[in-house]
Ligand binder design. Sequence first.
Ligand SMILES: Cc1cc2nc3c(=O)[nH]c(=O)nc-3n(C[C@H](O)[C@H](O)[C@H](O)COP(=O)(O)OP(=O)(O)OC[C@H]3O[C@@H](n4cnc5c(N)ncnc54)[C@H](O)[C@@H]3O)c2cc1C
Ligand SMILES: *[C@@H]1O[C@H](CO)[C@@H](O)[C@H](O)[C@H]1NC(C)=O
Ligand SMILES: *[C@@H]1O[C@H](CO)[C@@H](O)[C@H](O)[C@H]1NC(C)=O
Ligand SMILES: *[C@@H]1O[C@H](CO)[C@@H](O)[C@H](O)[C@H]1NC(C)=O
Ligand SMILES: *[C@@H]1O[C@H](CO)[C@@H](O)[C@H](O)[C@H]1NC(C)=O
Length: 589
Amino acid sequence: MSLLMFRKGVPGRLLLRSKCLFVLFMTVCCTPPEDPIKCSTSNTINCTITNSYGAFPDRSICRARSVAYPTTEEELLSLVASATKNKSKIKVATRFSHSIPKLVCPNGQDGLLISTKYLNRVLKIDVEAMKMTVEAGVTLKELINEAAKAGMALPYAPYWWGLTIGGLLGTGAHGSTLWGKGSSVHDYVEGLRIVSPGGPAEGYVKVRVLNDGDEELNAAKVSLGVLGVISQVTLKLQPVFKRSITYISKNDSDLGDEAVSFGKKYEFADITWYPSQHKAVYRLDHRVPTNTSGDGLYDFIPFRSTPSLTLALIRTTEENQESSSDDGGKCLSAKLVTSTLLDSAYGLKNNGIIFTGYPVIGYQHRVQASGSCLEGFEDKRITACAWDPRVKGEFFHQTTFSIGLSSVKSFIQDVQKLVKLEPKALCGLELYNGILMRYVTASSAYLGKQQDGVDFDFTYYRSKDPMSPRLYEDVIEEIEQMAVIKYGALPHWGKNRNIVFDRVINKYKNAEKFLRIKKVYDPLGLFSSEWTDQILGLQGGLITLKEGCALEGLCICTEDIHCAPSKAYFCRPGKVFKDARVCTRLNSH
Ligand SMILES: Cc1cc2nc3c(=O)[nH]c(=O)nc-3n(C[C@H](O)[C@H](O)[C@H](O)COP(=O)(O)OP(=O)(O)OC[C@H]3O[C@@H](n4cnc5c(N)ncnc54)[C@H](O)[C@@H]3O)c2cc1C
Ligand SMILES: *[C@@H]1O[C@H](CO)[C@@H](O)[C@H](O)[C@H]1NC(C)=O
Ligand SMILES: *[C@@H]1O[C@H](CO)[C@@H](O)[C@H](O)[C@H]1NC(C)=O
Ligand SMILES: *[C@@H]1O[C@H](CO)[C@@H](O)[C@H](O)[C@H]1NC(C)=O
Ligand SMILES: *[C@@H]1O[C@H](CO)[C@@H](O)[C@H](O)[C@H]1NC(C)=O
C-alpha cells in the first residue's frame, strides 16, 4: 500500500473515515484499456469503434466495414489509394481513442478505419536543431521519454500521456501557459506529412509535406481528422529543464481578479477551483536551473490504476446519492476527496517515491504528464483506469471550453452568483476534483484558439440511463450555456457534449480558409462524416429535439418533454443567465 497513507499531517479521523478512499492510492498492478476497435470477422472486417469511455455523447455505436493497421507510410499510401478508388469513407483511429465526441466514426457501415497503433516510431532526433520527428501514432509518453533521452523537452502538453501525437493535434490539445509560443502542442509543430485522397492521375493518393510558414500547415495542425492521415510530425523542442511546483489553497473570493494575473506570473500555472467549498488551489509552477536539487515525479492520483472494488464502491455511493437526492452527502464526499488529494499533493513526489513537502522540484519529463493506469498486462481486471467501461466505475460528462482573458473575471463571478443561490449545486463537480482552469493561447491554427484565455474543465456524473436526470443538472447546464452563448466560449474539440458544438464554426475567423483547404485535400469528403460536417457547419442536424434530449446535452430544452417532467424536471430559464433554458427540478430539493 502507498506510503501516503501514513504520511504525517493527515488527521487520524480523516484517515479512518476515508479508508476506502485510500485504497484508491494502492498501486497493485494494472490492466491496460481494451482496444477501442472490435471486429467480428478475422479481426479486421465488420467492426465497431468506441472511445475509451465506451460511450459517445449520443450513445450511438459506430460501425466500419474494416480496419487496417499500417506499419509504414507506404502501406498507409496504398490503403488510402485503394479506399479512394472505392470511394469509401475513411477515418483515422488511435490506440486508445480518447476523444469524447464522435470524431472517429466513419459515416454509415461501409467505412475504413486506419489505425495508427503501429505507426509509432521515433524517426529522427536532431539535438542541434532541437527537433524531433515521430510517426503520428507515437504516444505523448513515448515522445516525452525519447526526447528526454536526447536531452530535450516538450515545454507544454496535455497532462495525460496516453494521447497520440496525431490525435492530440487533431483536437488541438494543450497544457497550461500564457508564455512563449503558448500552451498547445500544435504551436510547436515545425512540419508534418499528410496523406490525402488523390485523383486517378496521382494513383488516388497524395502526400503533402508541410513546413513552418506554409499556409496549409495552419489547417493541418488542428484538422479534426478531416484532411487526411497525418503520418509524421516534426516538433520543435527545448533543452531539458527542471520545474518547481507548489500547491497553495486559498479562498475563492478574489478568484475573478486573481485568475488572469496568476497566469502571467507563473510559466506553468493552473488553478483547481472548488466552488462549493469556496476554495481555489493555485499551482505555483515555474522553471528552475537544471542544477537545482530534486528528482520529483508527478503521478497524478486520478490517473493511477484503481482497484475495481474501490471503483464500484465509489460509483454505487454516487448512484445512491443521486437517486436519493442526497446533496449533503455529495458535499461531504467531495470534501473528503478533495482534501485527500490536496494532502497528498495530487500525486507529486519529491524523490520519485514519497511526498515530503513543497516545493517539488523535478525534470520536465517527469512532472509534465502522467497516466500510470495505462501500464501493465492484459490479464485480470483487478485494477483499471477509473473510467474503464469494462468495470463498474466512473461514467461522466465533460464540458470543457475556453473563455477570453478579458471575460474570465465576469464568468467566474457569474458562477459564484449561482453558487450563492444554490450552495450545494456544484459539490458534484468537486467529486471529480473540481473545475480545472488552464491557460490557453491564441494560435495560428485555423481551428485553434482565437485569443488568449482560460480553459475550464468540468467533469460530472452521467447516469447509465440516458433518460435519468442528474442532481442540480440545471446549474451545470446554465454554466454550459452561459459560457457558449454569453461569453462566446470555444470548445475543446476532443471533449464536450453535442450542444457546445452548435454553430461553433462561426466563432473561428479563418473557418473559410480551413474549409477551402479541406475541399482541395479531400474533394469527395471521404474523411468527413455527418458529425464533422455538422460541427463544421456544412450540414444541419447537430441538435436533435426529442424526449429527454437536454439530459445528455443533445439539445437545449425548449419544452418540458426535452427534460424529464415525469421525474419533476422541467424546462425553465436560468437563474443568473436568464437566456439559458435548463432542466430544473421543481417541488423542493
Ligand atoms: C484522461 C484524459 C486526460 C486528458 N487530458 C487532456 C489535457 O490535459 N489537455 C487536453 O487538451 N486534452 C486532454 N484530453 C483530451 C485529449 O486531448 C483528446 O481527447 C485527444 O485528442 C485524444 O487523442 P487520441 O490520440 O486519443 O486521439 P483520438 O481521440 O483517437 O482522435 C482524435 C481525432 O484525431 C484524429 N486523428 C488521430 N490521429 C490522426 C492522424 N494520424 N492523422 C489525422 N487525424 C488523426 C481522429 O480521427 C479524431 O478525429 C484528455 C483525455 C483523457 C481521456
Ligand atoms: C457483423 O457483425 C454483427 C455483430 O457484431 C453481426 O450481427 C452481423 O451479421 C455481421 N455482419 C457480417 C456481414 O458479417
Ligand atoms: C476496395 O474494394 C475492393 C473490392 O471490393 C476490396 O477488395 C478492397 O479491400 C477495398 N479497399 C479498401 C481499402 O477498402
Ligand atoms: C478570503 O481571504 C481573504 C484574504 O486572502 C480575506 O480577506 C477574506 O476575508 C476571505 N474571505 C472569506 C469569505 O473567508
Ligand atoms: C548552478 O549553476 C550556476 C552556474 O551555472 C551556479 O552559479 C550556481 O551556484 C549553481 N547552483 C547550484 C545549487 O549548484
